[in-house]
Design a protein around this ligand. Structure first.
Ligand code: HEC
Length: 157
């Protein structure tokens, strides 16, 4: 009897341990790849204190991001692979963070009431670069590769 309980306890704790490992993996998307880059850590701090209120603590965006608010703006989209941040190259994304949606879309001739503020003046260039590095560090390899290609094409436009 004693032996059987010992066996059950051992099996039980192994399940708990592997469950904890899975949770850890889920909470750390692709970060180890960039972990030596100090910009990612700065970027994460900036993201959590400035961007997460709108774009979500897990970059998941607002659940209703595709439906307009009563004032004509849209809720913040996700920055993870379900959003479209990765469809744009670095220059466009940095410009969007620096100058905000209204100025960038206005230059493109798009009529749209943007809900994305400008962070120029509030954040340094290093912080703006770092926050984009952080967002990119959470993407799977496949998405990072597509976005890198978009950046290369954009540089030739
Ligand atoms: C007040 C809410 C709000 C805050 C705070 C905010 N955003 Fe946004 N953001 C938006 C909205 C809304 C959009 C959708 C496009 C638009 O309205 O111009 C957006 C769009 C973007 C885009 C373009 C995504 C795309 O697919 O085209 C980027 C990049 C972005 N935000 C980055 C950031 C970063 C980085 C921060 C923090 C420094 C931040 N945002 C803080 C509301 C916000």
């Amino acid at each position: 009897m004693k032996r059987r309980i010992g066996f059950l306890l051992r099996t039980g704790s192994r399940t708990v341990i592997s469950g904890a490992c899975l949770l850890l993996l889920a909470a750390q998307p692709a970060l180890p790849f960039f972990h030596d880059n100090p910009d990612v850590e700065l970027g994460q701090r900036v993201y959590e204190s400035v961007c997460s209120a709108c774009h979500g603590t897990r970059l998941q965006g607002n659940p209703d991001w595709q439906s307009a608010n009563p004032d004509g703006t849209y809720p913040a989209p996700p920055h993870d692979e379900t959003g479209h941040t990765w469809h744009h190259g670095n220059a466009m994304l940095l410009d969007y963070i620096r100058r905000g949606g209204q100025a960038v879309l206005g230059d493109m001739g798009v009529e749209f009431k943007s809900g994305m503020p400008a962070f120029e003046g509030q954040l340094s260039e290093a912080e703006i670069g770092a926050v984009l590095d952080y967002i990119k560090s959470t993407w799977p390899e496949r998405i990072r590769a597509v976005q890198a290609q978009r950046t290369a094409v954009e540089a030739q436009e």
